[in-house]
Design a binder for this molecule. Structure first.
Ligand code: F6R
Length: 366
């Protein structure tokens, strides 16, 4: 059932190109580069008239939500807030029928997310669910939604569900941006075309597995890690750090790269590995100077770079190359080396990767 892989987690990481294709199937017309998301089609007015979106979720699903915020704000020009479901439900949130709440949950059974939905419903919000498990409690509690269709996720650490969630959020932002007229036609079609290329690019990244496995051996005994990224890569940094914590039990923190100098830089020394998502982006030069600051303090840098990069390659201790894509879709491929890094470090440490201690696949109690 593990299809020849040592663990479900590794299988699920490698399944991502197919999962993403399944997730997009029937939702993108490859000939016209048009997105058709039935929930958006059916609830056009309600979604287009929303004054605000509030995304709720926990853990990895919350990280996907942070990327969703950037996508929806960029394409639909409407404000989006992202809340931990567990905080939202107890903070007497200002929410009304002008709001659309997007609830993200792989299992569809997370107690806090379900409670957040019930509260938002009582206050009149329209609820859009993004779930994996068909017919789950959260899927049933929502007004509409889109399944991510990535197949059962067995490994406790979420991998393919994360990329599936980001794909659905991208489709939602594209479809709604089109309905609202806020997304220029060319950007819409270019983004859809780039999205269709993601499964192939994921395969290229997966071909670096052996290199990442080798690299992981250098970090078996690390006690701490810092993960840095900016913009669309910031939530990926958070997700990379979460993966490492969950399965290798190494303490890891994700930070927006520019926040480093406001505190975490004090932690950097020769013992501190820093994973930096340093792919081509509007803020590339700033990331270069962050890496220089880390190297000046003898931190060990693992950089995730775009193919052909020479500047960061010469600064970093290790570089992992990604094929180029649009910055807004980069999380879909940048997440993969971080998943593999966490996986291989955990394996080197002899940990039970699929069933890490203290964690359950669905958190049905608060
Ligand atoms: C991370 C992980 C958890 C879940 C979180 C939400 O690898 O598995 O952080 O993402 O418990 O679960 P769902 O998405 O099922 O609501």
């Amino acid at each position: 059932e593990k299809g020849g892989y040592a663990h479900f987690m590794l299988k699920e990481i490698f399944d991502q190109p197919d999962c993403i294709s399944d997730c997009m199937r029937g939702r993108i017309n490859p000939n016209t580069c048009e997105v058709l998301l039935s929930a958006v089609d059916t609830h056009k007015e309600k979604l287009a008239e929303a004054k605000r979106f509030v995304i709720v979720g926990c853990g990895t699903s919350w990280h996907a939500g942070l990327i969703g915020k950037q996508l929806i704000e960029a394409f639909c020009r409407v404000p989006v807030e992202v809340e931990y479901a567990s905080e939202f439900r107890y903070c007497n949130p200002v929410i009304s029928s002008d709001d659309v709440v997007i609830a993200i949950s792989q299992s569809g059974e997370t107690a806090d997310t379900l409670a957040a939905i019930e509260l938002a419903k009582q206050r009149g919000a329209f609820i859009y669910g993004i779930c994996n498990v068909v017919g789950s409690s959260i899927a049933r509690a929502t007004d509409t939604g889109s399944y991510i269709h990535v197949g059962p996720e067995i490994g406790v650490a979420s991998t393919k569900a994360f990329t599936g969630q980001v794909v659905v959020l991208a489709l939602l932002a594209l479809a709604l941006g089109k309905v609202k007229g806020t997304l220029p036609e060319k950007e819409y079609h270019d983004t859809v075309a780039a999205l269709m290329e993601i499964p192939g690019k994921m395969k290229q990244v997966l071909s670096e597995n052996a290199f990442i496995a080798d690299l992981s051996k250098m970090f078996t005994y690390a006690r701490n890690f810092i993960y840095l990224g900016r913009g669309y890569a910031y939530p990926v940094a958070l997700e990379g750090a979460l993966k490492l914590k969950e399965i290798s039990y190494i303490h890891a923190e994700g930070y927006p790269a520019a926040e480093m100098k406001h505190g975490p830089i004090a932690l950097i020394d020769a013992e501190m590995p820093v994973v930096v998502i340093a792919t081509q982006s509007a803020l590339y030069e700033k990331i270069v100077s962050n890496i220089q600051e880390i190297k000046a303090r003898k931190g060990r840098v693992v950089a995730i770079v775009t193919q052909g990069d020479t500047v960061i390659r010469s600064l970093a201790d290790y570089s992992i190359e990604l094929p180029p894509t649009l910055e807004c879709l980069n999380p879909l491929i940048a997440a993969i080396p971080l998943q593999l890094l966490a996986y291989h470090i955990a394996v080197c440490r002899g940990m039970n990767v699929d069933q890490p201690r203290n964690l359950a696949k669905s958190v049905t109690v608060e």
